[in-house]
Write a protein that binds this ligand. Structure first.
Ligand SMILES: [Zn+2]
Length: 198
């Protein structure tokens, strides 16, 4: 086997979290020692470390790792990037799509890097509004482009499963900077991503 992907978890963190989740399962009225739940606290410990791995990643460093000089100043759009994050109020998932655009000013980055930095910020405890502006700021700082636009459309399980139980509501957040603050450029971007956003 030439390719092997390995996952690494911090041992100390994993064992402390495992103990904590075992206790939590008991407090919720479950029997953490029954067969089906035997490995659950450890799985939760690993899943949560995976879902919050963004804290150890540096979005600007990722963008800079594939930064190329290119004399173009046309709008570059990466749309329909899958987003999976967790709300910081309930630690329940919210998920949807991000559409990201920028207008280069001499520098471009790899298209896959744009998708990766969405994950860098999504894999933390978040609010959708902050996620949107953090993605924008990273691109703005690393590439110093003429403009950046980020739109995120997401469904929040904390609204769907509990609280107001609105199953079909989608929250849209957006952030625009530079050229995208001009109506004309922003409209062009909105048209190209096919969003219902106005
Ligand atoms: Zn929430």
């Amino acid at each position: 086997m030439a390719y092997k992907k390995t996952e690494q978890y911090d041992e100390q963190t994993t064992s402390s979290l495992t103990e904590t989740y075992k206790r939590a399962l008991g407090l919720l009225g479950e029997d953490p020692s029954r067969e089906g739940l035997e490995k659950t606290p450890e799985r939760m410990a690993k899943a949560m470390q995976f879902l919050t791995q963004g804290y150890t990643l540096d979005a600007e460093a990722i963008l800079n790792s594939a930064k190329f000089h290119e004399p173009i100043s046309e709008m570059i759009i990466v749309k329909d990037i899958e987003v999976y994050s967790m709300c910081e109020h309930h630690m329940l998932p919210f998920f949807g799509k991000a559409h990201v655009a920028y207008i280069p000013n001499g520098w471009i980055t790899g298209l896959s890097k744009i998708a990766r930095i969405v994950d860098v910020y999504a894999r933390r405890l978040q609010v959708q509004e902050r996620l949107t502006t953090e993605i924008l700021d990273a691109i703005k700082n690393a590439l110093q482009p003429l403009g950046v636009a980020v739109v995120i459309e997401a469904s929040h399980l904390c609204m769907m499963m509990r609280g107001v139980q609105k199953q079909n509501s989608v929250t849209t957040t957006s952030a625009f900077w530079g050229e995208f603050e001009r109506n004309e450029t922003r409209s062009e971007f909105i048209r190209l991503i096919g969003s219902t956003l106005h």
